[in-house]
Design a protein around this ligand. Structure first.
Ligand code: HEM
Length: 294
């Protein structure tokens, strides 16, 4: 049976680690990826393949493209592509450290660890600004439809396209807004999570309202806060059956359609941005057939 990697559909875990790898020029990625497919549990570790890895294997995965960097009024959307991304889900930080080490050893020297971001659940699923995150996520069968490919054939059906961005919050700027402006920036009230009907067009949930796009732009978000030293923010993570829905939302946030930028930019900025293709699972393990691997 072919399915989406179960870690994508599972609820946001208490703790997680995002590992991003680059590809060593001298080594082909094939054997390392086959080792990874053999040993990884896709319920606990979600794996995403970067375009450079597919290209190194001489493969083209339909729909896997470059992350769209760009600029809006006074803001930048950076692209920081990676060859491989592993999202380790867990409950114990030490266990995540050791799993990262084993994984690094397993796929080296072909893949070199480039960045590690530790993420965590805050207050039952809130962003560090205190707002509930994930409310409008599709659930059940709708989550599967939003997040995974179907009708594309063996090796592709059940795969998912992941958009990953690390955002850094400016808490002083956020605090300076005051509660009412904060609520209007998000478009929901922090106190009860109710949507504010007459929020301005710049409000985040107005910019991204999934049903307001044509076609509708549903994604499955699995974002989590991160913190390191005095810096902190959100690791934004969205899974789609393609990158189209995410790109439509991001385009609106940056004011591509109407010049109105998302009010979130008043207090947070993305510092990374990458796209990954998450292969499907067949009989409990990663199915790398689309990459010509077993
Ligand atoms: C630091 C960055 C971000 C923060 C703090 C944030 C926070 C939130 C919050 C609090 C909500 C309301 C509750 C919910 O439905 O989840 C929300 C909704 C949403 N966000 Fe974000 N978000 C961020 C970035 C993004 C980005 C980059 C995108 C996509 C490009 C995005 C897409 C969405 C979507 C699709 C919704 C649901 C809209 C709806 O259908 O009502 N968010 N976000």
């Amino acid at each position: 049976m072919k399915t989406i990697q179960p870690g994508i559909l599972a609820a946001v875990p208490p703790l997680a680690r995002h590992l991003t790898f680059t590809l060593a020029a001298e080594a082909g990625p094939g054997p390392a990826l086959e080792r990874l497919a053999k040993s990884v549990d896709p319920g606990r570790t979600v794996v995403g393949i970067g375009r450079s890895t597919a290209l190194a294997l001489g493969c083209h995965v339909d729909g896997l493209r470059d992350f769209p960097s760009g600029a809006g009024r006074g803001l930048e959307i950076p692209a920081t592509p990676g060859a491989l991304w592993c999202w380790l889900r867990g409950e114990d930080r030490g266990e995540l450290v050791h799993r990262s080490r084993s994984l690094e050893a397993l796929i080296g020297p072909a893949f070199r660890l480039d960045a590690v971001v530790d993420a965590f659940m805050h207050d039952g699923g809130r962003d560090l600004t205190g707002y509930e995150d994930g409310t409008e996520n599709p659930t059940g069968g709708k989550a599967v439809v939003a997040a995974s490919l179907s009708g594309a054939g063996p090796g592709l059906d059940g795969s998912s396209f992941a958009a990953l961005q690390r955002w850094v919050h400016d808490f002083e700027a956020f605090d300076a807004l005051g509660r009412d402006e904060q609520d209007l920036s998000v478009g929901r009230r922090r106190s009860d999570n109710d949507e504010i009907e007459d929020a301005p067009e710049s409000a985040h949930v107005k910019r991204t309202a999934q049903e307001s796009f044509s076609p509708e732009a549903f994604v499955l978000r699995r974002s989590m806060p991160w913190a390191e030293g005095t810096r902190a923010g959100l690791v934004f993570l969205a899974f789609g059956r393609s990158f189209d829905a995410f790109e439509a939302q991001l385009g609106r946030m940056t004011g591509l359609d109407d010049g109105i930028t998302d009010s979130l930019f008043r207090f947070t900025r993305p510092v990374t941005g990458a796209y990954y293709w998450c292969p499907p699972v067949a009989d409990g393990r990663l199915d790398l057939r689309a990459l010509g691997l077993r």
